[in-house]
Unconditional design. Structure first.
Length: 263
């Protein structure tokens, strides 16, 4: 297995999974691998991402950190399997896993229920809870921006006195003078509008966004590329591209598993 871009200062984002919340035979669920000069950051780890990771030729032992945007299964279900894989293959370098604060304790409990005991790992394993604001600084800058994706459940959560804090985040990612906005899920166009201006790349979903509003916004953006993810199938892809052309949006592409974006 190889690390494309190793030691070159090269930066790229590889889409490991672009499917919606419904499993798809041709696509894995959400997963994005940022290569910054050979350092790998995995953003979201949904169903199928562990296999896709290997299929596209990346070495899982070289991932420095994993960052989860929210706890829907299509964004986090493969995380225990990813950890098991690197444990069984005797990783030695540290792994940092960044989770929304509300998920830290449930995930720790879940790991032990799956017989994943950090005390037995051959590597230093750190879980770091985060909230809105700066998360990473250095070779890659990453700032978490809270969005409203889960807030539609507020009434249900209150009625049943559940501990859920509805923490769902978009990310502003910077590297080498480039700026990328990523949001796996949003609650509406207002979760995007404020943050995409001035970005070189925008990666977002449209399942929860009014298409007319989105096309009106993106037709005015100077972004080099608008990448739509969370797509069900080829028919949905063709429909989105047709609607974009009709709206005069020419810098939009639909994500495909294995797509590589040079930053």
């Amino acid at each position: 297995m190889t690390n494309p871009g190793k030691d070159s200062g090269f930066a790229a984002l590889t889409i490991l999974g672009s499917s919606s919340g419904v499993p798809n035979a041709e696509r894995s669920c959400s997963g994005y691998l940022l290569d910054s000069g050979g350092r790998l950051t995995l953003i979201d780890c949904g169903s199928g991402v562990t296999s896709a990771f290997l299929r596209f030729g990346f070495d899982p032992l070289t991932v420095d950190r994993v960052i989860i945007s929210h706890t829907h299964a299509d964004h986090v279900s493969d995380l225990p399997l990813f950890i098991q894989m690197i444990h069984l293959t005797r990783r030695t370098n540290r792994l940092d896993v960044y989770l929304p604060e509300e998920y830290v304790v449930p995930f720790q409990i879940g790991m032990r229920a799956m017989y994943l005991f950090p005390e037995r790992f051959s590597f230093d394993f750190q879980i770091r809870g985060y909230r809105e604001g700066p998360v990473l600084a250095g070779d890659v800058g990453l700032t978490a921006v809270r969005n409203s994706h889960l807030e539609k459940l507020e009434e249900f959560i209150a009625e049943h006195t559940l501990p859920n804090k509805m923490q769902s985040f978009s990310f502003i990612i910077t590297h080498g003078g480039k700026r990328l906005f990523y949001s796996g899920d949003v609650g509406g166009i207002d979760d995007i509008r404020e943050y995409v201006e001035g970005c070189d790349y925008v990666i977002t979903e449209l399942t929860h966004v009014d298409l007319d509003e989105f096309f009106s916004l993106t037709s005015q953006l100077p972004a080099e590329r608008i990448i739509i993810t969370h797509v069900d199938d080829d028919k949905s892809t063709e429909n989105l591209l047709s609607l974009a052309r009709d709206a005069g949006v020419t810098n939009l592409v639909v994500a495909q598993d294995g797509m590589r974006i040079e930053l």
